[in-house]
Design a protein around this ligand. Structure first.
Ligand SMILES: [Zn+2]
Length: 166
């Protein structure tokens, strides 16, 4: 299993770079990330969370939706458009012990590449759309706690600062 970086690790604030080599090394990283996500009982994991500054993430909603596991791999994803509004109680493997309601688009159209470099486009909605937006934010160095209102963020930041200094 890979080590999952925790807030406030500065690597979580970096803008990740595009993947340009679709080789064995990439496949190994994707496999290890899926294993790490399952091991940590998460439903999504982005490369910057394991210290790799690359634009890719994995998602599997199986544990949340009581359905057979289906692993999604998104490489160089771009959210082209979105509509609707959905509020979901989100957590993050890099911000343990914190869940907060976040407002997101209910439906997104995302283009991406698979592990072999093939291009795809997908329209996702509901929890999958939420997960894609949450993970995509990680690629730009944004954590879900930054999506909260200023007041909530201040309160939470205090809580987190206390937590990390203990
Ligand atoms: Zn996260």
């Amino acid at each position: 299993m890979l080590e999952i970086l925790k807030y406030p690790d500065p690597k979580l604030k970096e803008v990740a770079r595009e993947v340009d080599k679709f080789d064995k090394k990439l496949h190994h990283l994707l496999d290890q990330m899926a294993e790490t996500m399952y091991g940590a009982n998460g439903i999504g994991l982005a490369a910057p969370q394991v210290g790799e500054s690359l634009r890719l993430f994995v998602i599997d909603l199986g544990p949340m939706e009581d359905q057979p596991a289906k692993l999604y791999e998104f490489i160089n994803p771009v959210i082209e458009s979105g509509d609707g509004k959905i509020v979901f109680e989100e957590g993050c493997l890099s911000v343990p012990g914190v869940t907060e309601e976040v407002v997101r688009k209910e439906r997104v159209s995302v283009s991406y590449q698979d592990r072999n470099g093939e291009s795809h486009r997908m329209v996702a909605e509901g929890l999958l759309a939420v997960a894609i937006q949450h993970e995509n934010d990680h690629l730009d160095g944004t954590l879900f706690i930054e999506k909260l209102s200023a007041l909530k963020r201040r309160l939470l930041k205090k809580k987190l600062e206390r937590a990390v200094t203990l």
